[in-house]
Design a protein around this ligand. Sequence first.
Ligand SMILES: NC(=O)c1ccc[n+]([C@@H]2O[C@H](COP(=O)([O-])OP(=O)(O)OC[C@H]3O[C@@H](n4cnc5c(N)ncnc54)[C@H](OP(=O)(O)O)[C@@H]3O)[C@@H](O)[C@H]2O)c1
Length: 272
Amino acid sequence: MNFSLTQCSAIITGASSGLGAEFARQLAPTAKSLLLVARREEALNEVKAELLAKHKNLQVHLCVADVATDEGRARIIECVDVFDLKPNMLINNAGIGDYGSFASADPAKLRGQIDLNVTALVLLTHAVLPRLVAPAGILNVSSLAGNVPMPDLAVYGASKAFVTSFSEALRVELMEKNIVVSALCPGPTPTNFGKNSRRADGSDTNRSGQELLRITPDEVVHAGLDALVSNRACVFPGLGVSIAAPIFRIMPRFLMRWLLVRRYRKQQPSAT
Ligand SMILES: NC(=O)c1ccc[n+]([C@@H]2O[C@H](COP(=O)([O-])OP(=O)(O)OC[C@H]3O[C@@H](n4cnc5c(N)ncnc54)[C@H](OP(=O)(O)O)[C@@H]3O)[C@@H](O)[C@H]2O)c1
């Protein structure tokens, strides 16, 4: 494997803010071209202007698309062909969450998480694969939440467990084709994710107390890119997360369940 970021041509989903925009910033100094994908055109344009102000020779293309839809994914493939890109990197980063109980969740948000975090990631990867020029890299942004059942974030956690498992299997299938697949599993990271995951009616769960796991978006992205280049299957960025992940993995299931119930009860508003 000799995948390198030098002169890479990358497709980044969810590039209008947070980790996606940071992937673009960190790739910009060495990349040949970037295809930035998201729904908000204005925000994408701001990221593009920021990149071009510093990197005059970089090709930055925008694709305004909802990755969660068939039309959106077809639009991305159309952009790859129209701009005559020869991508060697796909960063499946776009994702959403929903803080709060499953019973009180908006069904549209439940479906939205599966459509974007799972279906979009799988089908976009499948559509891009024939166009990826090896040596190539696919980075799937998963989460520490994929390593442990998450009461009050149940669908999100399960969707990220899917992403991590899918990435590990795909990695083996694509190894012979000289395509590296890595999963990036961050803990809580200060982006728009938390704000967007909150419930409009205030019924979301208090998720404070995660300071020990938190690191900055630029540290998370750096760890993700490093995982691809050094051909690592899975990376848990930051000291707190890198300690928590193996503990979750080896912890006896009965102990995990006891802790989950204890934590869940503590989080519930006390009856007055
Ligand atoms: N921040 C955390 O605490 C954390 C922790 C672990 C894992 N993650 C994962 O990190 C990834 C990036 O999230 P983030 O933290 O950077 O959150 P963010 O700041 O909210 O960014 C999410 C990005 O996804 C895009 N997006 C959302 N729905 C989309 C859709 N249907 N089609 C296309 N683009 C869409 C958004 O752009 P538009 O609104 O313009 O479409 C935005 O650019 C996600 O997969 C998330 O699950 C985040």
